[in-house]
Design a protein around this ligand. Structure first.
Ligand SMILES: Cc1ncc(C[n+]2csc(CCOP(=O)(O)OP(=O)(O)O)c2C)c(N)n1
Length: 667
């Protein structure tokens, strides 16, 4: 770890035609993260910082790659890539404040260590789950390709992370779409305590490139000149001929996974061997031996950097502990969006639910030329529900993209597109399959604005719901998974008019929106719908029927079940169609409940943990004095969704709804 000069030089450095200036710059750029780390280890021992993930011994990779990329080209680093942040010249006091959870950092104290991004420096930091970074990089690269800007983006992972499905999916997508991403694997021997032989079975991870149909290279990661020269050639070629390239950098993790976890499980000989290959000391010795560097200069550079570190630390330590208010915290979950009402002319035509969605989507694509739709079989085939039929002819294959069966990587790619200035719409073939893309939705899209002010301008369309005899894996209505997650908006229309207008707003809205479309309504529900583009506000329920004796609160298919029952009975009830579940129109709910004094909440999903329970709790907390009867919830059975029609009918709450309604009215 020490930075004293060593005698022997392990690497055969080949400077090619690089100037002395470039060599000195590379040296100083490696020295800076090394000296910062050494200081951090001291502060850690003094209890002045809480956790440290060390990249000591891996500096040549971060510095080499960041030195090749232009400033406007995005880099997506991981937890051992301090050299990326310092090479991009982020002021040190801001980095230190970030690590101390202070206001001058990048996350207002909301996330730790390297878990942040900054558009100012074109850096997109990791989330703890590691794997999604590759998909986000693919989305950014897709944006670059669509902008035709000849830019490359680079993304990092450790060899442990390469075992994650996200990584495989992203490599596959990038290869199929020929996206200009430099996928960098830092193979440092261990993933936490797991050695490479327990992580994968191929000899080199670069060999996997062949399987993805992707060019790949193995690079000596501790030799900064090899990293810099090879990456320079590769990146220059990628800018001219956009394509993904997989790089495996051989290196070693010289310290514990994080400082507290130690390195007991690493054989001493391995440590010794790799200590011989220290990227900073070797390069220093080489520069000394070539007369490019002198001991005096080394001392000067170190003093300069140490002064910079100490000055940065003084600022960061002097900064007050961060304060916030409840409203500041809540206000940052979403990017501000001021709803613009767009009214349509009077002309209407009768449309099925499915056609209204298709028309709304098409008009949004016309309106936003930065909008891209992605999904399985959505291009020429038009999607399994034919919603995007004819879209390729209208907008081209660049903007209407068939995807491989890679839900996770595509969700991550929507995030990358958004970072790069696009609007991304994804069609989940069936809402059930969202499980395969769950992680980036709830961890990346939902948390990004709160964490570092980066919005996810994404709409995920979710064809959902039962009643179509499709069994346990093509019938779920899983909105509760998302209403539970702060940072997501959840829309769930029941009529063609609402579906078209709400979809337009969801696409206008710069925040992530889960847009539920009930499959059983697609071809059964028709309505007169304005032919032009129009918007409807999110978070506003619709009062479909007015009465005095009871309030029915529901959404989606439930609205139609309720309407059918009310058609056959002469009840005086309010029927509230929520239309949006997050944000929830609590005002409309409370107003109605206060008038009628009785409430039945109907949801298609099974009961426990569903939104009906939360609405019930809210009503109890806010309208208790107005209630004349216990709140009733009606929902599907606590079973998976059965296939056979009579079983499915029994599973769904339609009959139980009718009975409960009669009971509650009679209470
Ligand atoms: C999905 C997920 N599983 C497990 C972890 C815990 N974890 C964090 S880093 C890490 C090891 C990563 O190893 P590698 O990718 O080789 O990177 P290195 O730390 O060696 O640089 C593990 C297991 C995690 N953060 N996310």
């Amino acid at each position: 770890m020490a930075t004293e000069t060593k005698e022997s030089i392990f690497f055969d450095y080949d400077r090619k035609n690089l100037s002395d200036d470039v060599l000195i710059t590379l040296y100083k750029r490696m020295l800076k993260p090394r000296l910062i780390e050494e200081k951090m280890l001291i502060l850690l021992r003094q209890g002045k910082i809480s956790k440290w993930f060390s990249g000591i011994g891996q500096e040549a990779i971060s510095v080499g790659i960041s030195s090749v990329l232009n400033k406007e080209e995005y880099i997506l680093p991981m937890h051992r890539n301090l050299g990326v942040f310092t090479t991009r010249e982020i002021p040190l006091h801001r980095l230190f404040s970030q690590w101390q959870g202070k206001a001058s950092g990048f996350t207002k104290g909301r996330d730790r260590s390297f878990h942040f991004g900054t558009q100012e420096y074109n850096i997109v930091g990791m989330i703890s789950h590691l794997g999604p970074q590759f998909g986000v990089a693919s989305g950014i690269a897709l944006g670059n390709l669509l902008k035709n800007n000849d830019q490359v983006c680079a993304v990092f992972t450790g060899e442990g992370g390469t075992s994650e499905g996200d990584i495989h999916e992203a490599l596959n997508v990038a290869s199929v779409w020929q996206l200009p991403v430099l996928f960098c694997i830092e193979n440092n021997g261990y993933g936490l305590s797991t050695p490479t032989e327990e992580q994968y079975r191929c000899e080199n991870l670069a060999d996997r490139g062949k399987g993805y149909g992707m060019e790949s290279h193995i690079i000596e990661g501790n030799n900064v000149l090899e990293v810099f020269s090879q990456v320079t050639d590769i990146v220059e070629s990628m800018r001219k001929d956009p394509r993904p390239v997989l790089l495996e950098f051989k290196t070693f993790r010289m310290r514990g996974h994080e400082e507290a976890s130690g390195t007991k499980y690493v054989p001493a000989e391995l440590m010794e061997t790799w200590a011989q290959k220290d990227p900073v000391l070797n390069f220093e010795s080489y520069l000394l031996s070539e007369g490019i560097l002198s001991e005096t200069k080394i001392a000067t550079y170190k003093a300069e950097i140490k002064n910079e570190i100490n000055a940065g630390l003084d600022i960061a330590f002097a900064e007050e502990v961060i304060e916030s208010t409840e409203s500041d915290e809540l206000n940052d979950v979403f990017q501000e969006f001021i709803y613009q009402k767009v009214s349509s002319k009077l002309e209407t035509k009768e449309l099925r639910f499915v056609d209204a969605i298709s028309e709304g989507l098409k008009q949004s694509m016309e309106r936003h030329d930065n909008a891209v739709i992605m999904g399985q079989d959505i291009a020429e085939y038009g999607g399994v529900f034919k919603i995007t039929e004819g879209f390729v002819e209208a907008f081209g294959r660049e903007r209407v993209r068939n995807t491989p069966i890679c839900e996770s990587a595509i969700v991550s790619a929507t995030m990358g597109l958004s970072i790069n200035g696009f609007k991304a719409i994804m069609e989940m073939q069936f809402a059930d399959f969202v499980t395969s893309g769950f992680n980036p939705i709830v961890n990346y899209l939902a948390k990004c604005h709160y964490r570092w002010d980066q919005n996810a301008d994404v709409v995920i369309r979710m064809p959902c719901g039962a009643g179509v005899g499709a069994g346990p894996f093509h019938s779920q209505t899983n909105e509760a998974w998302f209403t539970h997650t702060p940072g997501l908006k959840v829309v769930y229309p029941a009529f063609p008019y609402d579906a078209k207008g709400l979809l337009a707003t969801a696409i206008e809205d710069p925040n992530p929106v889960m847009f539920f479309e009930h499959k059983a309504l697609y071809r059964s529900i028709r309505q007169e719908v304005p032919t032009d583009y129009y918007t409807l506000p999110l978070g506003k329920a619709a009062l479909l029927k007015e009465g005095n004796d009871l309030t029915i609160i529901t959404y989606g298919a439930g609205v139609h079940w309720a309407l059918e029952v009310l058609e056959n009975n002469n009840y005086s009830v309010d029927l509230l169609d929520l239309r949006t579940l997050s944000p929830l129109d609590t005002e409309a709910i409370y107003t109605s409940v206060k008038k009628t004094g009785k409430v039945l909440i109907l949801q298609e999903d099974s009961m426990f943990g569903g939104i009906a329970s939360d609405i019930s709790a809210l009503i109890t907390e806010n309208c208790f004095e107005h209630l004349d009867a216990p709140i009733r919830r009606v929902a599907s059975l606590e079973t998976p969704i059965p296939f056979a029609q009579n079983l499915e009918n029994n599973y769904l709450p339609k009959t139980r709804f009718e009975e409960t309604l009669a009971e509650l009215l009679a209470y």
